[in-house]
Design a protein around this ligand. Sequence first.
Ligand code: FRU
Length: 502
Amino acid sequence: MENNTSNHKEQIAKAMKSVLTEHEKVKQDPWRLNYHVVTPAFWMNDPNGFIFYKGEYHLFYQHHPYSPEWGPMFWGHVKSKDLMQWTHLPIALAPSEDYDADGCFSGSAIEKDGKLYLMYTGNVWTGDNHDTDLKQVQCLAVSEDGIHFDKVQENPVISDAPEGNIHPYHFRDPKVWKHNDSFYCVLGSKTHEESGQILLYRSDDLLSWEFMAIAAKGKGNLGYMWECPDIFTLDGREVLVMSPQGLTPEGEKYHNLHQAGYVLGELNYDTGILQHGGFEMLDYGFDFYAPQTTIDDQGRRIMIAWMAMWESDMPEQKQNWAGAMTLPRQLVLEDGKIKSKPVPEIDNIRGNLISYENLIVDGEINFNEVEGDSIELDIYINAKEASQFGLKFRMSETKKEYTELKYDVKNELFIFDRNHAGAGPGGVRKAPVHLVNNNLHLRVFIDKSSVEVFINDGEKVMTGRIYPNEQSIAIQFFSDALCQINHIKKWELQHSMSYMEK
Ligand code: FRU
């Protein structure tokens, strides 16, 4: 099919004008994040096309450049040398062709012969019901300079879902990788009976794809659709990361509308089948979805996710922007589980260290200069005699507004409570956590309207958006009996987004 290249360029130029004009107003919002990737203006969802290409990290994202709501999807684009200082580049993809007229949905990136390829889902609505009236196909775009992309003439490169117990239309989010001399890609799918599953394809040239198998399929409480699959090798095991929609809550798990997690296993490249174990969550907070990973020149597997949740209230929409990315997290396999750790490059944006050591807490206590709304806290606590201890942050002078992180020794639960956090949705999330020699180690990243907590070196992570008053910056530690803070370190974290390098 002949592509309409000039329409693509026009759509991008128009969209860029829209976001850049609005950016001037949007950037004044006190809830704008300081060191997380956000759009210049308007809507963002899933990370897409995350790749280390020619010495730089490129990250794309689902973007609606005309309103703070989801709409026909474009791909926004940022790049970085160190995963911390990000620069916005021109929008990379716009819906411009018959096969992607209603959106360039999620996908991934790969380098071939020095060029940067994006593989994405073209979405077209065929009626009013977005669940039943849609056509999804898989497409390719290519760039010589890593900035400007042309859709290939061969599009769509996968035009129909395979036969079998495979839904014909819900078929999306290609994640492509190379193994030996072949390219492989996985797609999110579901059965006719609405169980999530993953399809595996193979190709020699990225253009012509052969369906291999249903690589994995959900049994039991594993949702009605699996979105955004990602397969990779981590320390000798294959990992399938995916975002299953619609799990029912089980104990402390699955309380968000949709989940994101992984299974560990072994992929047979001859049959296309992934033998795997049980589903594990990647984050126990409120706002974490559609994670995508890449591998860099140091061999590190880095993951970024959408720091928001479908159908959750997003107060920043009133200020004409919505959604953000999590911090980049390095994945490691330890004791048969994936741990997520903030990348060490965090150090590049740290300033003004304040630190305290060996402090006894029994009741409530504040520490001089330990406060803020764009900071990292590194806290190492020995529980001693306490049965409940933790901290309140983004706390107002009246102490009525705050977000709470607390450890419950008896139930071995770490608790994130945003019921008093300010505007936006409340709620409580809990993660099972064991103390190590009676110690708890926390790294807490607070940005203007977000918090990410890495517990015991990334064994559990909890992420959430919070919308406090600008003036609420106090931090208070508390314990119901004697406990000891072995250390607290606090750094200011610096603004790390720049806009629109031409
Ligand atoms: C996941 C998702 C993807 C889809 C994209 C559309 O959040 O629903 O499956 O490609 O968002 O924006």
